[in-house]
Design a protein around this ligand. Structure first.
Ligand code: BGC
Length: 246
C-alpha cells in the first residue's frame, strides 16, 4: 500500500509517496524550506502544498519535532512555541482534505529503521538516536515503539544533551569530528548505563558521514550502527505510522 510521508524539519519540510511494503519512495521527494517563523498556520500551508504537489488522496503521515500525543503537540523545543497545545492532526487533515496522522520525528525514523533498515529483525531494547537540529530518540522493546521518549533532553554536565552534542552544535561551534565524538561518547555512555540496549542506531543527515565519527566513539557496550535510510527514514516512517494508525 502507498502512503504519503511528510517530514517537518528545522530547515526543510519534505515529502514523498512511500511503498509501505518496502519503504521505497515511489516518486521523487519534494522539499520546501521551513517557513520562519514556523507557526502552525505557515507550516500547515507548506504541508498542504506538499500533498497538493503529489495530488494526494489517501493516508498521510506527518512527523513533528516534539512530543505528539493523540495528534496534539505537547512540546516544541526547536520550533515556534505557538505550536503548544495545537491539534496538528486536525490542522493537517483539514488542509490536505485527507486524514493525516502525526507522530514525533525520531519515532517515525525509528519505525522505518526497525521495519526496513538497521534494526530489521532486532529484538530486545533498541534505541535510535537522530542527530540534527536537536537530538531525537526512539525506544523499541522487541520491535514495539515506546513513543515520545525525548532522550535528547537528558542532562549531561547539567545541560540538555542536545545543546552539547547535536549536529547543529557541531556545525555552529566548528567542533572537530574528534571533539564532537567525545561529546557523543559521554551521551551514549549515559544511555547505555540507563537502558542497557542491544543496539544503538544513529540517524539524521550526518549519519551519511558516520565513518568520520562513529569509529571515534569508544567504550560503549552496545554496538552503534548508522541508520540505513539516513535522512529519508522520517518520510518512510511517517507513511508507515499513518498505515498502522488507520
Ligand atoms: C525534540 C524532540 C525531537 C528532536 C529531534 C528535540 O528537541 O524535543 O521531540 O524528536 O528534537 O527533532
Amino acid at each position: 500500500m502507498d502512503g504519503l510521508g511528510i517530514d517537518i524539519g528545522g530547515t526543510g519540510i519534505k515529502g514523498a509517496p512511500v511503498n509501505t511494503e518496502t519503504g521505497a519512495l515511489t516518486a521523487e521527494r519534494f522539499k520546501i524550506a521551513t517557513p520562519h517563523p514556523a507557526t502552525p498556520g505557515a507550516v500547515t500551508e507548506v504541508v498542504g502544498q506538499i500533498a497538493d504537489h503529489f495530488g494526494w488522496r489517501g493516508p498521510v503521515g506527518v512527523t513533528f519535532p516534539g512530543v505528539v500525543i493523540d495528534g496534539m503537540i505537547r512540546t516544541a523545543a526547536n520550533v515556534d512555541h505557538s505550536w503548544l497545545g495545537q491539534d496538528a492532526q486536525d490542522l493537517f487533515s483539514k488542509r490536505i482534505g485527507s486524514p493525516a496522522k502525526v507522530c514525533n520525528d525520531a519515532d517515525a525514523a525509528g519505525l522505518a529503521e526497525m521495519r526496513y533498515g538497521a534494526g530489521l529483525g532486532k529484538t530486545g531494547v533498541v534505541i535510535m538516536v537522530t542527530l540534527g537540529t536537536g537530538i531525537g530518540s526512539a525506544l523499541f522493546v522487541n520491535g514495539v515503539l515506546v513513543p515520545n521518549t525525548e532522550l535528547g533532553h537528558l542532562k549531561i554536565h547539567g545541560k540538555d544533551a542536545e545543546r552539547r552534542a547535536s549536529e547543529i552544535v557541531r556545525e555552529n561551534k566548528h567542533l572537530s569530528w574528534h571533539k564532537w565524538a567525545g561529546r557523543l561518547q559521554e551521551y551514549f555512555a549515559e544511555l547505555d548505563a540507563l537502558f542497557s540496549p542491544a543496539l544503538f542506531i544513529v540517524g539524521g543527515g550526518v549519519s551519511e558521514k558516520s565513518e568520520k565519527f562513529l569509529p571515534l566513539i569508544e567504550g560503549i557496550r552496545a554496538p552503534l550502527v548508522p541508520a540505513a535510510e539516513h535522512n529519508e527514514a522520517g518520510i518512510a516512517g511517517a507513511a508507515l505510522y499513518a498505515e498502522t494508525q488507520s
